[in-house]
Design a protein around this ligand. Structure first.
Ligand code: SF4
Length: 363
């Protein structure tokens, strides 16, 4: 089995560990680029949301690299994510590609379990247990390294060092093939980040929460590497979602994720009383939390035509005035440009700096 899955931030590290430990050969497509989006857009319905097009492009690139099995996580809620896997795979088959499908969240779990019967070594249940342990540890480790890098980047002396060291650390984790190796890789990665030369200005950095649709929050190729851009401007960034939360939310094995989901729904209920299928509750609650935690601003990322986040888009201005929290909405589609995003970020950061200098009267 030559398995692949679309990119979503650094989730490929954990997903490669899971499927690789089950004996599959993992084919990771190159990180999404303009070419990936164009390739996906060519085969996708015009008004489907941007992540669908990018995922399609990733799948095509992986199929061209020799992959014969496409894995995809499917949503079960109201938004289009519930149809992504099936629809993408149908379009690709109509375009002449031949492959097997694994649709997590839609297929009966027994079907997914049995797909690896011929690839896993020894007892299948034990192989799944080992694979799941490695999968979880790698997802937690990725989260830990990303969080550490975010905390260090605004203070680095030489711009770009944290990004370089983080990549180095993440590749060590990706290459690790056992629990012990992952633990060692994590220690080395954290060590690399902890030994970066820092500038001590004594100034309190600006803090910005990033809320919105999960793919645009987590995938740097689509959000124009917004975390790095802000971090290198000396800003502490707090995304409300992470690869770990995304991977483990549907599995319900981590009570802390379930508790924070329930909390988000409760706080957002006066604004969004229903489940829309995306990250609407985290977007609303993340914005309110940003104000409670004393952050300086909120950036809302969402794909053009995203149903749940367009609903949030109409609610967030109310929160902006109620909580006196500056908000920047960034709508992303295949026509967004790095220059346009950079200009808006610079203007937003300037505004936040001015607010810091001149304390304002709350509205
Ligand atoms: S959350 Fe938005 S972008 Fe994601 S699948 Fe649903 S509608 Fe599309």
């Amino acid at each position: 089995m030559k398995i692949t899955f679309p990119h979503m931030g650094n989730s490929y590290i954990a997903l490669s560990a899971l499927t690789g430990s089950l004996g599959a050969e993992v084919i990771v497509p190159p990180r999404p680029t303009r070419q990936t989006i164009d390739l996906g857009a060519l085969h996708a319905p015009e008004f489907v949301c941007l992540p669908f097009k990018v995922n399609m492009g990733d799948n095509i690139r992986a199929l061209e690299m020799g992959s014969d099995t496409l894995a995809m996580v499917s949503g079960m809620w109201a938004c289009r994510f519930g149809y992504y896997g099936r629809l993408q795979h149908q379009i690709l088959r109509d375009a002449g590609y031949e492959f097997d499908s694994i649709l997590l969240g839609r297929d009966d779990l027994r079907v997914v379990y049995n797909k690896f019967r011929s690839t896993a070594k020894g007892n299948l249940t034990l192989a799944w247990a080992r694979a799941f342990r490695l999968f979880r540890l790698k997802a937690i480790t990725v989260d830990c390294i990303e969080t550490r890098a975010r905390a260090v980047m605004p203070f680095e002396k030489e711009r770009g060092t944290t990004t370089r060291k983080m990549k180095e650390g993440l590749s060590m984790v990706h290459a690790a093939s056992s629990i012990d190796e992952v633990k060692k890789a994590r220690a080395s990665a954290v060590d690399l980040l902890d030994n970066i030369d820092l500038e001590k200005t004594g100034e309190k950095p600006l803090q910005i929460a990033i809320v919105g649709e999960i793919y645009t929050v987590l995938e740097p190729a689509i959000n124009f590497d917004i975390e790095r851009r802000l971090g290198e401007k000396g800003i502490l960034v707090h995304p409300v979602m992470s690869v770990y939360k995304w991977l483990f939310r549907p599995l319900k094995v981590d009570p802390s994720i379930t508790v924070s989901e329930r909390r988000a729904r409760k706080i957002a209920k006066p604004y969004v009383p229903y489940v829309l299928g995306g990250e609407e509750h985290q977007t609303i609650t993340g914005t309110i939390d940003a104000s409670r935690k004393g952050y300086d601003g909120v950036i809302h990322l969402y794909p053009f035509t995203c149903m749940p986040e367009n609903i949030c888009r109409s609610i967030l201005p109310k929160l902006e005035s109620k909580y006196d929290m500056p908000l920047l909405n960034l709508c992303l589609d295949e026509h967004a440009s790095p220059t346009g995003i950079e200009t808006r970020l610079e203007a937003f950061v300037d505004l936040l700096k001015q607010r810091r200098k001149k304390p304002h009267a709350p509205s």
